[in-house]
Structures are given as structure tokens and as C-alpha cells.
Design a protein around this ligand. Structure first.
Ligand SMILES: O=C(O)CCC(=O)C(=O)O
Ligand SMILES: [Fe+2]
Length: 203
């Protein structure tokens, strides 16, 4: 169910953050071509996490790219960024054109179908700093995406279409969780790219 019109000037959150949905920023042919290119070119790996002290690997695949070999810790594991490839630089430029912001890294997720999703979390790792902007580009199957406030538990959802751009800004990560719910109805794969800005590391 589409709860919001794609007007990038509208804040989808009622308070404590800013989320803008730009709708499609490329046509469906271009989205499909980009999907195929990334599917082939990206160094996809099963994600690793440490849950209750046990190392698990997910069916969902991930990859992380950056301007430098940043290291980044989430789900109790540390990853190192690979150098940006041309296909990602093109998409980063597209995202920057729409958002007016520069991003120095990109986390990619490949969901084979609706049996794979992402649990409630916020992207509040220390490498990102406070009030970070995260730009999320989706290619492939349309998927529901949800937000839940950490205190009030108010929840809202929208559909992320193929070729669409969603941007989370301001204090969103401090106050809201987000998730990609699993869905038995989704039979096609999806690639999501989240462009982020890693703060320069001191060590
Ligand atoms: O696949 C998505 O739309 C969300 C991905 C996400 O939240 C993340 O990579 O942190
Ligand atoms: Fe996230």
C-alpha cells in the first residue's frame, strides 16, 4: 500500500527526524540495466553477524565500497571498504544531483526474494557521526520499508519502488528504527544501495 506521494519536499516523519521519498529517479529500463550491472560487477558476500556470541552468515548478500579503505563496524563485525567502481560512481553522482550532498561510501544489499529482509535497526554507528544523511537507492523488486519511533513506537511504512531514492536526514537515526520486512509475496530480487558519509578516521 502506497501511503505517501513521492514529493521530495514532504517530510514523511511526523517528528524527530526527516525522511524524504523522491520516487523514481530513473526509468524502469535504466533501473533494470543498473541492477544487472551491479549484480555482475559487485563483489557480493554473505553478510556476517555475531548474535549472542555466535557468528552467523545471512542469505542476504552485502558489499561495501568507499573512497578509502574505511573500516566500519556493525552487527559486531568489522568490514573494510573496497575502492569504488565505475558503476557505483555513476549512481553516486545521480544521488548527489538529487540530494546536493556528497557521500564517501556505499553499503549494498542483495535480497534474493521476499524471504530475506532487514530487521529493525538504526544506522547510528559511530563512524557515521550524529545527524548523518543516508541516501537509499532501490533497484528490482518493490519492497515495503518501515519506520518505528524508539520511544512512542509510532510506525509508518511506504513502498520503495525500483529506481527510487529515499533520503534519511537530521536526527532520524537517533530517534527512529527502520526495517525491510520479509514478505512471502515478493518473488523477485532487489538490490539496495545506501550512500553514506564516513567521518575521517583518526587511527
Ligand atoms: O534494503 C533497504 O532498503 C534497507 C537497507 C538498510 O537499512 C541498511 O543497509 O542499513
Ligand atoms: Fe539501515
Amino acid at each position: 500500500m502506497e501511503l505517501f506521494k513521492a514529493d521530495p519536499a514532504t517530510n514523511l516523519l511526523p517528528y524527530d527526524g526527516i525522511v524524504n521519498y523522491y520516487g523514481a529517479v530513473m526509468n524502469s529500463h535504466e533501473a533494470e540495466a543498473r541492477y544487472r550491472q551491479l549484480h555482475a560487477e559487485i563483489d557480493w558476500r554473505h553478510d556476517e553477524a555475531v548474535v549472542f556470541g555466535r557468528r552467523i552468515t545471512t542469505r542476504r548478500m552485502v558489499a561495501w565500497y568507499g573512497e578509502e579503505a574505511y573500516s566500519y563496524t556493525y552487527s559486531n563485525t568489522t568490514k573494510q571498504a573496497l575502492p569504488f567502481v565505475q558503476s557505483l560512481l555513476g549512481l553516486r553522482q545521480l544521488v548527489s544531483l538529487h540530494t546536493g550532498e556528497h557521500f564517501n561510501s556505499c553499503l549494498l544489499n542483495l535480497y534474493h526474494d521476499g524471504s530475506e529482509g532487514m530487521a529493525w535497526h538504526s544506522d547510528d554507528e559511530k563512524e557515521l557521526g550524529r545527524d548523518t544523511t543516508i541516501a537509499s537507492l532501490s533497484l528490482g523488486a518493490a519492497r515495503k520499508f518501515s519506520f518505528r519511533h524508539k520511544k512512542t513506537r509510532e510506525t509508518l511504512s511506504l513502498t520503495l519502488e525500483s529506481g527510487s531514492l529515499l533520503v534519511m536526514r537530521g536526527s532520524t537515526q537517533s530517534h527512529w528504527l527502520h526495517s525491510l520486512p520479509k514478505s512471502a509475496r515478493v518473488t523477485l530480487p532487489r538490490i539496495n544501495l545506501t550512500f553514506r558519509s564516513i567521518r575521517h578516521q583518526v587511527s
